[in-house]
Design a protein around this ligand. Structure first.
Ligand SMILES: *Cc1c(COP(=O)(O)O)cnc(C)c1O
Length: 364
């Protein structure tokens, strides 16, 4: 199979393929970030940002000039007092790293850890919350290393019984690939970055933050500077940011939201679920096992066990010659798994093109 493409199509879980129109939206003339044009742009982005996170009257969405990891630090520092613990749910490389970020910021960290490929359940969380107070529970909704989407709505229901326990959610690799309901589920901080299912270049991140989190932050004397939510809030009220924002990426975000809202959120999520189901069907029919436990398969990324004993380097070279790229395994399962992302603006025909190439490589 030949292709006329001038670049490699990315089927890895971030950065994902970005459409030409979105790349080009970044080339608009620069504006000053203390002027009216910028405040208007900032204000226009709030609507779709709030809708995409399911924010309610008690939420706002901050724009962070960083990748998603920056908001990990914002969450850990601003939601947790130094003399109170935070509970991290750990089931893969990213959830593990967020717990490390809390520790690096001097917080008392407890974890619920389950084997990679599994999900932490609401019952496990309920048991821990009955035993002691936590200032916050930190959940990685979609664990990108293992392809596991956890039972966040059920976990959120448990946490809602504890009004002094905030719910922090890493939605980096599923925001705009599946429903996030910040208000309905009672999420105090939902964080995401641009280069996953939003299908923008990297360099901008978004945090949907509740009033409760701002109250908690006001009880914490040292919240740092760059990621302090109270500073972000002061500027948010004026439709701007404390430091110079990634203006070109905001142009791209506005353009991308226009297309996303034209497709419709539900249609977008249904498309992701359909692509995920098709990817699992292809993989299993070719003799690969899914790494994620039944019932928790991610809508945005599928992690496969190398049950066929294929040579990953040869597979990547084969795909590269056809201008395609899938994701390697990540963290401690790097050598036994590989990952196929189906997030962002990817369409069924793009997946079929990948599967056809993989079939050719497998000699099927
Ligand atoms: C990619 C990813 C991150 C890290 O986000 P960056 O934008 O690369 O900082 C964090 N959590 C999850 C679940 C991810 O997939």
């Amino acid at each position: 199979m030949t292709t006329q493409r001038d670049h490699e199509r990315l089927y890895n879980p971030g950065p994902v393929e970005v459409r030409r129109e979105i790349l080009e939206a970044q080339t608009a003339w620069m504006i000053g970030h203390r002027g009216k044009a910028f405040a208007d742009l900032y204000a226009r982005l709030q609507g779709p940002l709030m809708r995409s996170f399911g924010g309610g009257p008690a939420h706002r969405v901050y724009i962070y000039t960083s990748s998603g990891s920056g908001i990990w630090e914002s969450a850990s520092r601003c939601a947790v007092r130094d003399d109170q613990p935070i509970l991290h749910l750990v089931n893969g490389a990213f959830s593990e790293r967020w717990a490390e970020v809390s520790k690096a910021n001097g917080k008392q960290v407890d974890v619920i850890e389950v084997p990679w490929g599994q999900a932490v359940t609401a019952e496990m969380v309920a048991e821990r919350l009955r035993a002691r107070h936590y200032d916050a529970v930190a959940v990685t909704y979609n664990e990108t290393s293992t392809g596991v989407l956890g039972p966040l709505p059920e976990i959120a229901e448990v946490v809602r019984h504890y009004p002094d326990t905030l719910l922090l959610v890493d939605a980096v690799s599923c925001w705009l690939g599946t429903e996030i309901e910040a208000e309905k589920w009672g999420i105090d901080l939902a964080l995401a970055s641009s280069q996953k299912a939003f299908a923008l270049p990297p360099g901008i991140a978004f945090g949907a933050v509740s009033d409760r989190l701002l109250v908690r932050a006001s009880e914490i004397p040292f919240r740092g500077y760059y990621f302090d939510v109270l500073t972000l809030e002061q500027h948010h009220l004026k439709n701007n940011t404390p430091a110079t924002p990634p203006i070109s990426l905001m142009f791209a975000a506005e353009r991308q939201f226009r297309d996303i809202e034209a497709e419709g959120y539900t249609a977008r999520y249904d498309r992701h679920r359909a692509l995920a189901a098709r990817t699992r069907e292809w993989a299993v029919s070719r003799g690969f096992e899914l790494f994620s436990a039944e019932g928790y398969h991610s809508p945005t990324v599928t992690t496969l066990k190398n049950t066929r004993g294929i040579d990953f380097a040869a597979m990547k070279a084969f795909l590269s010659a056809r201008k395609m790229m899938v994701g390697s395994g990540y963290g401690k399962i790097k050598n036994e798994t590989f990952r196929i992302a189906h997030m962002g603006d990817v369409q069924p025909e793009h997946m079929e093109e990948l599967f056809a190439a993989l079939d050719e490589f497998l000699g099927m």
